[in-house]
Design a protein around this ligand. Structure first.
Ligand code: UDX
Length: 458
């Protein structure tokens, strides 16, 4: 009997990275390949606490390694987290692969035959290369942002950015005649609010460029028809998205927070296309002032809304305001700590999605044909907003006032504009159909996935 192939999947320890790699893992396991997913101990503990264990959970094996940090407070510091992970995880990974090899003396199926690693955890590709194991990178964001990242050395060489990633001119940045120019505000490492964070993000981007040389193929959670120009300029790019949660992932999507399962029932009670869904992903932090403006804006629309307010989503206390707000809006607003987002976006009562433009949220919105209102927070989200609003024209951006605060007035008027735009709605439906086709029989992403699985099994 042919021996089972065993793939090791290494995500970066954050929600927007774990989610798509878990979906990919299930697609691979569907084809009779054994899959082990590597998490940090801290992420593993969060996933176990937040998700039900069901039949689907057993199809994938999880292993957890220490990330080298002592406290969750330290983990909130990106510089510390990135430094610690890339220092301690490669050793744990190597030990684990060696252990699996030793175990293969008694059970051949244990030996790791392939590694798929998030390119933001590219040290795992380096370990695999050193150990002579076949491998592929995984890019969890837009192909357009990968193209920008891989182009960094040329941008430095050409004097477009300095060695800290700061744009030297305000001009638009061209990287290829085949692509629209990037706005300097859309550089994915740009974080003018805190230059230390910007430096960390830029060093992280440089590490991605370095580690990209350890693989010749890059799986992407996108689809060719959506980003054909960007796909065309990166050799080895393999779009396999949109990666969607299969029914097997119904109770364990790898959420880091417990999903509020009352959302579906609540949505059922509303007419088609009436609810505004508001969620800003896993890392966005608001000032209390911004939080109040959003809340007032939603309250003033007078239309039903479902708002995800993560614990610790503001950098100052808002509890007193929040309780009074919940009282006032109780008849038409629902606030939860974490929603089953894909189910929510697929619900017919959802009319639009007020989002931070994280790539997963963007794709989930597009796959369900839901118009987007865009308020990016950091990293690739500004670039995503530009493509959403200026290229695909499936949403509208909010801009903020002279202090960068999005006012209640802007929230109200922009939501009403998105809801009233026939152009945005028809573009959304067109993209939704393209997305559906790409993952259906004979579609571009499904074909790419199938040929990749053949490669794993060879
Ligand atoms: C960040 C980046 O912005 C993103 O572009 C990058 O590719 C990964 O890291 P994040 O803030 O986590 O991502 O946002 P996003 O990429 O949208 O991922 C969030 C995930 O959490 C989505 O899959 C979404 O469905 C899920 N989610 C969010 C929930 O399940 N429930 C919620 O209430 C909110």
């Amino acid at each position: 009997m042919a021996k089972l192939k065993h793939v090791l999947v290494v995500p970066f320890p954050a929600q927007g990275h774990l989610t798509p790699l878990l979906k990919l893992s299930h697609c691979i396991a569907d084809h009779g390949v054994k899959v082990t997913v590597v998490n940090t101990e801290s992420v593993h503990a969060q996933v176990v606490a937040a998700n039900q264990q069901d039949e689907g959970s057993n199809r994938i094996r999880f292993v957890a390694f220490p990330d080298g940090l002592e406290t969750d407070e330290e983990r909130k510091d990106w510089a510390k987290l990135l430094e610690s992970i890339s220092r301690v995880m490669p050793g744990h990974l190597q030990e684990f692969i060696e252990k699996m090899k030793r175990q293969s003396n008694s059970n051949e199926d244990e030996k790791i035959s392939f590694v798929i690693a998030d390119m933001t955890a590219g040290w795992a590709l380096e370990v695999a290369k050193r150990m002579g194991i076949e491998r592929a990178g995984f890019w969890p964001a837009a192909v357009l942002s990968l193209a920008l990242t891989l182009h960094i050395p040329k941008l430095i060489e050409g004097g477009v950015i300095d060695n800290d990633g700061i744009a030297l001119k305000k001009d638009a940045i061209p990287i290829s005649k085949k692509l629209p120019s990037y706005k300097s505000d859309d550089l994915t490492w740009s974080f003018p609010e805190d230059l230390m964070i910007q430096k960390t993000l830029f060093r992280w981007a440089l590490a991605i460029v370095h580690h990209s040389t350890h693989s010749t193929s890059y799986l992407c959670n996108s689809f060719h028809e959506l980003e054909s120009s960007a796909c065309g300029i990166i050799p080895g790019v393999l779009p396999v998205g949109p990666l969607l949660a299969s029914t097997r992932l119904l109770h364990n999507r790898g959420s880091l927070w417990k999903e509020d399962l009352t959302c579906s029932n609540w949505l059922d009670q509303h007419p088609p296309q009436s609810v505004i869904y508001v969620a800003f992903g896993s890392t966005t932090i608001f000032s209390p002032e911004q939080f109040y403006e959003l809340a007032h804006g939603l309250e003033q629309i007078g239309q039903p809304f479902l708002w995800v307010v993560r614990p610790e989503m503001t950098d100052g206390p808002v509890n007193k305001f929040h309780s009074a707000f919940l009282q006032r809006v109780r008849n038409h607003g629902k606030v939860v700590q974490w929603a089953p987002q894909e189910e929510v976006l697929a619900h017919p009562s959802v009319a639009c999605f007020f989002t931070h433009c994280g790539w997963n949220s963007t794709l989930e919105g597009l796959s369900n044909g839901v118009p987007l209102l865009c308020r990016p927070y950091f990293a690739d989200q500004h670039l995503n907003r530009s493509i959403i609003c200026d290229v695909w024209r499936v949403g509208l951006g909010v801009d903020g006032d002279e202090n960068g605060v999005i006012t209640r007035h802007e929230v109200r008027t922009k939501i009403l504009t998105v809801l009233g735009s026939d152009e945005i709605r028809s573009n959304c439906l067109r993209v939704k159909e393209m997305a559906r086709k790409s993952v259906s029989e004979g579609g571009s992403s499904l074909k790419n996935l199938e040929s990749f699985i053949e490669l794993i099994k060879a």
